[in-house]
Design a protein around this ligand. Structure first.
Ligand code: AMP
Length: 226
């Protein structure tokens, strides 16, 4: 690696669905000038656009299962190679399997980069259904809200952009959440040990209020980037 160049800060947010990865990734974007890279968002965009990958992913996502490594890695590779990612990314929802983690290591190695920290947002399974079933998003800017934990200041109006169209995800229902949680435990949770073994793991208690988690997370990121 060229020592005269500051290497990009690449972070991974690990955690089950509803742990707050998307919300916290957006906060880190603003605070640290990094780019949020959510494979879930990229896949939903591919489904909406009707691309071949989107057509293959649609039913799998609706069932709450994991989309194939091949599709997700290709989508990630494309996005990571775009210019705005050069300063560093916050990976939200990727990697989700050991195959994806190994592919990410290889991709970053080829780009002379690495992972600065993998942060596990730790939450209890019981909290997940309530968290997920109450969430909604501004269709205009993507700001996330929750019926109980984060309501807009004026009902139905986005605090950030003033938009009035709010959307709820098709897979945010009790049945699909159960499948998503079991996919997390079977395929993604082992990555906590994977990154612990590489000496880059940090754990954050994500049961607390959003602002408290954000503060703790910022402290971890500051330490990892010092
Ligand atoms: P998310 O927005 O991260 O909750 O992801 C929504 C859905 O997209 C998941 O339930 C999976 O079906 C799919 N998905 C997102 N990221 C990945 C990934 N890294 N690997 C496989 N499937 C993914």
């Amino acid at each position: 690696m060229d020592a005269s160049r500051v290497s990009p800060v690449n972070l991974i947010l690990l955690g089950p669905p509803g742990a707050g990865k998307g919300t916290q990734a957006r906060m880190l974007e603003d605070r640290f000038g990094l780019v949020q890279l959510s494979t879930g968002d990229l896949l939903r965009a591919a489904v909406a656009a009707g691309t071949e990958a989107g057509q293959r992913a649609k039913a799998v996502m609706e069932a709450g299962d994991l989309v194939s490594d091949e599709i997700v890695i290709a989508i990630l590779r494309d996005r990571l190679s775009q210019a705005d990612c050069a300063g560093g990314v916050i990976l939200d929802g990727f990697p989700r399997t050991t195959v994806q983690a190994e592919a990410l290591d290889a991709l970053l190695f080829d780009m002379d980069q690495g992972i600065r920290a993998a942060i596990s947002l730790e939450v209890e399974d019981q909290a997940m259904v309530e968290r997920i079933s109450g969430r909604f998003t501004c269709a205009g800017c993507g700001e996330g809200y929750h019926d109980i934990h984060k309501t807009p200041a004026v009902a139905g109006v986005c605090d950030k952009c003033g938009g009035t169209e709010m959307t709820r995800r098709a897979d945010d229902n009790a049945e699909t959440v159960a499948s998503r949680l079991s996919a997390y435990h079977a395929q993604t949770a082992p990555l906590i040990d994977y990154y612990d073994g590489r000496g880059v793991l940090a754990r954050v208690d994500a049961m607390a209020e959003i602002d408290v988690v954000a503060q703790e997370l910022s402290a971890v990121v500051r330490q990892a980037t010092a």
